[in-house]
Design a binder for this molecule. Structure first.
Ligand code: PEP
Length: 249
């Protein structure tokens, strides 16, 4: 039995006031004790997030981290810094990082390894573009993205990370993959990982991301291979995100 995870990705949004309002709403509204809730906050708000979530059941993390411990990397954040602010998760390979910031499979794999080495759980994002889906290569793209990480961190690494399948065409577009479309890919990914290790594949949490809303969450989360969600836009609305968290089994 895999524990569900519902994660909020605030991206580059929010203010100190909004962070306080969102977190207070999450803390009072989320009734679901079965799912692990995670908040991915902009780095500058992590001190606020830590102060407000410490002692609650909600975990938090950074949206990105550098592979190096420290050094001349202007504008970057290290895993040690994230840990100092209580982060237990880090997003790696989000499609916005891959497309807007040129992160390729090799860098994503290096970041996953650095996170594992630092004892921070990576949430590894993968997914195909609309062009790739229409060309019928969704499975190939996702397998390539997973394999690149598998080559570097191996099965043992995969025992300690979370995968988020996020079709790029569904992120921030209002277009959600249908529960069956998402389930088909999740099942395919689990089958692929089972070739490396059946036990790891059975246990690994694979989340769905892409315009998840409170209204669509229950149906998605009811699918056998969908273990929760990674939520962007709807995580900036208390009622929506609380509804999504409470829909996770
Ligand atoms: C995301 O940013 O990971 C995401 C899934 O965004 P949205 O829910 O807005 O599509």
């Amino acid at each position: 039995m895999r524990q569900a995870i519902v994660a909020a990705n605030w991206k580059m949004n929010g203010s100190k006031a909004q962070v306080a309002e969102l977190l207070s709403g999450f803390k009072s509204g989320i009734q679901n004790k079965a799912a692990q809730v995670v908040v991915f906050s902009p780095a500058v708000f992590l001190a606020d997030v830590q102060a407000q979530l410490q002692g609650s059941t909600i975990a938090w993390g950074g949206q990105n981290a550098h592979t190096a411990d420290s050094g001349a990397y202007t504008g970057e954040t290290s895993l040690g810094m994230l840990k100092e602010f209580g982060c237990t998760y880090v997003l790696v390979g989000h499609s916005e990082r891959r497309t807007l910031f040129g992160e390729d499979d090799a860098l994503v794999a290096a970041k996953v390894k650095a996170a594992l080495d630092a004892g921070v759980t990576p949430m590894l994002c993968i997914g195909e573009t609309l062009e790739q889906r229409e060309a019928g290569v969704t499975g190939d793209v996702c397998r390539r993205q997973l394999q690149a990480v598998l080559d570097v961190v191996g099965v043992d690494g995969f025992r300690q990370l979370v995968v988020a399948y996020e079709p790029v065409w569904a992120i921030g577009t209002g277009k959600t993959a249908s529960p069956q479309q998402a389930q088909d890919v999740h099942a395919e990914l689990r089958e692929f990982l089972a070739k490396a290790d059946a036990n790891m594949a059975e246990k690994i949490q694979i989340l769905y991301g892409g315009s998840v809303k409170a209204a669509s969450a229950a149906e998605l989360f009811a699918m056998p291979d969908i273990d929760g969600g990674l939520v962007g836009g709807a995580s900036l609305l208390v009622e929506e995100f609380v509804g999504i968290c409470n829909a996770a089994a």
